[in-house]
Design a protein around this ligand. Structure first.
Ligand code: NI
Length: 174
């Protein structure tokens, strides 16, 4: 396994639409493994392939709560597609490894049903709520070139990007 470079805002790769995967083969499985390692190393709960510069419809997610003593439970999703949504929406604070150290509240569906191919290329469906549902929507958005900051008001986005700029300027001075 190898840790991959995470592309950050405003890299243009993050704005592009990803292509479906034709076959889940060993190359795709290697990418899934590397993405999981990269996500764990960055302490994220989800990662989408475009964030490592690969424009394929692939995401990995693990929303287990370490502080609650839960074991890791990685989910590999190839060609994920939301096939049902709850009526209820929820507002939840989100962050993104491609927009480091920033957070904002985003409206999402409280529950979703997602169809996907698993690590072995088997078609599966998952119903999720809570943090897992939010992570699924956030990561699937990445496959369509959408970042969570595209889903907040222009004013909040401008403030957030200003903070990001400040943080990066501070890093350079050190
Ligand atoms: Ni993200």
């Amino acid at each position: 396994m190898a840790k991959l470079k995470i592309f950050e805002y405003p890299d243009p790769v993050l704005k592009q639409k990803s292509e479906p995967v034709e076959k889940v083969d060993d190359d795709i499985r290697r990418l899934l493994d590397d993405m999981l390692e990269t996500m764990y190393a960055a302490a994220g709960v989800g990662l989408a392939a475009p964030q490592v510069g690969v424009l394929k419809r692939i995401i990995v997610i693990d929303t287990h709560d370490e502080e609650e003593g839960e074991e890791p439970c990685p989910l590999f999703l190839v060609n994920p597609e939301i096939i049902a949504r709850s009526e209820e929406q929820v507002c939840h604070e989100e962050g993104c490894l491609s927009v480091p150290e920033q957070h904002a509240e985003v409206m999402r569906y409280a529950g979703v049903k997602v169809r996907y191919l698993d690590y072995q290329g088997q078609e599966r469906e998952i119903e999720a709520d809570g943090l897992k549902a939010i992570a699924l929507q956030h990561e699937i958005d990445h496959l369509d070139g959408i970042l969570y900051i595209d889903r907040i008001s222009r004013l909040k986005r401008q403030m957030l990007l200003k903070k990001l700029q400040k943080m990066r300027a501070g890093e350079k001075e050190e």
